[in-house]
Write a protein that binds this ligand. Structure first.
Ligand SMILES: Nc1nc2c(ncn2[C@@H]2O[C@H](COP(=O)(O)OP(=O)(O)O)[C@@H](O)[C@H]2O)c(=O)[nH]1
Ligand SMILES: [Mg+2]
Length: 323
């Protein structure tokens, strides 16, 4: 891959160049990694997209919502990228296909770009590559990057570290189910959208929404939050009700955060987080390579023979490795 021409093609917004660049950063091959780092280093920080994290359990309507919301935005002339962080290693081909059919119109829209989750076993690995994909989408001039994740607890935390605004999508539910939402996830949400507020489900959606609004009220107020944040609203991905209101709310929040400096502080903190994460991962993978691996085996033998205590051998290992 020619990195110079790749950078130019990317910055001109070429979607095929973007897709190829994402494939490069997702590759586990060492030579690809070198090229990927070079490419990422050349992108610059001239462009910033609004990064929106979207989480919700399977079936709440994430794909349907992204299709409708994405089309609304592209209809306004905005360019929209959709990325997924899927913690399940074996995301079936059928499920990706299902998403593609739910996002059929958006995937054919020239202003949109949709990329399924990279197939990796551990969430951390997926998230690190997704972060790089976000940077590539920004360089390609996308105005909005939607980062979708299935709500399984841990993945929300990861997505929250990737986005500027975090949206939680919920389904209409009976009062009992409200208890099932983890407090930590509620605390991360900037906006709770109760989807499927249409037809027979509308009354239940409205009830659920006011339940969440009440629950949000009980959370301690976040020091940086502008008035009215977090908020619960009803939407319908099917008929489009509430989507414009949700977008307006997100826009107001993003602007308030830019004005207060919170936006820049958050991004700086996120950059620090991902740096530390890369270091941690780098150290871990160095353990499975030479010279660490051999040293570990030798010292392990010593410990097994009773010639050294585990703690003394570990200290020696770290001393030798640190040299
Ligand atoms: N009534 C209604 N059904 C919806 C709405 N959004 C999604 N659904 C349905 O909910 C089901 C799951 O939607 P999907 O987008 O695949 O959910 P995901 O698993 O969160 O991506 C599908 O049968 C959708 O047609 C909505 O706004 N109203
Ligand atoms: Mg889906």
């Amino acid at each position: 891959m020619q990195t110079d021409s790749t950078v130019l093609a990317l910055q001109s917004g070429d979607r095929r160049a973007l897709a190829r660049a994402i494939t490069l950063v997702e590759s586990a091959r060492a030579d690809h990694r070198v090229q990927a780092l070079d490419l990422l280093g050349r992108l610059g920080h001239l462009r910033q997209a609004l990064r929106i994290g979207l989480s919700g359990t399977p079936g709440v309507g994430k794909s349907t919502f992204i299709e409708a919301f994405g089309l609304m935005l592209t209809g306004q002339g905005l360019r929209v990228a959709v990325l997924a962080v899927d913690p399940s290693s074996a995301r079936s081909g059928a499920s990706i296909l299902g998403d593609k059919t739910r996002m059929e119109r958006l995937s054919r829209d020239p202003r949109a770009f949709i990329r399924p989750s990279p197939s990796r076993s551990e969430l951390g690995g997926v998230a690190r590559r997704t972060r790089e994909a976000v940077a590539l989408c920004e360089a390609a001039g996308f105005d909005v990057v939607l980062i979708e994740t299935v709500g399984v607890g841990q993945s929300e935390t990861v997505v929250a570290a990737l986005c500027d605004v975090f949206v939680l999508l919920m389904a209409p539910a009976g009062g009992d189910e409200l208890q099932g939402v983890k407090r930590g996830i509620m605390e991360m949400a900037d906006l709770i959208l109760v989807n499927k507020a249409d037809g027979d489900l509308k009354p239940a959606a409205m009830r659920t929404c006011s339940d969440y609004a009440g629950a949000l009220h009980l959370l301690r107020r976040r020091p940086q939050a502008p008035p009215g944040v977090p908020q619960a609203m009803t939407v319908s991905a099917h008929n489009g009700d509430g989507l414009a209101g949700a977008w307006a709310h997100i826009g107001t929040l993003a602007q308030a955060r830019r004005d207060s400096g919170h936006w820049a502080t958050t991004r700086a903190g996120q950059a620090r987080h991902w740096f530390a994460e890369e270091v941690r991962q780098g150290l871990l993978s160095a353990l499975s390579r030479e010279p660490a691996r051999g040293l570990m085996a030798d010292l392990g033998d010593k410990v097994a023979r009773g010639d050294a205590t585990p703690e003394a051998a570990a200290a020696e290992f770290l001393r030798l490795l640190g040299r």
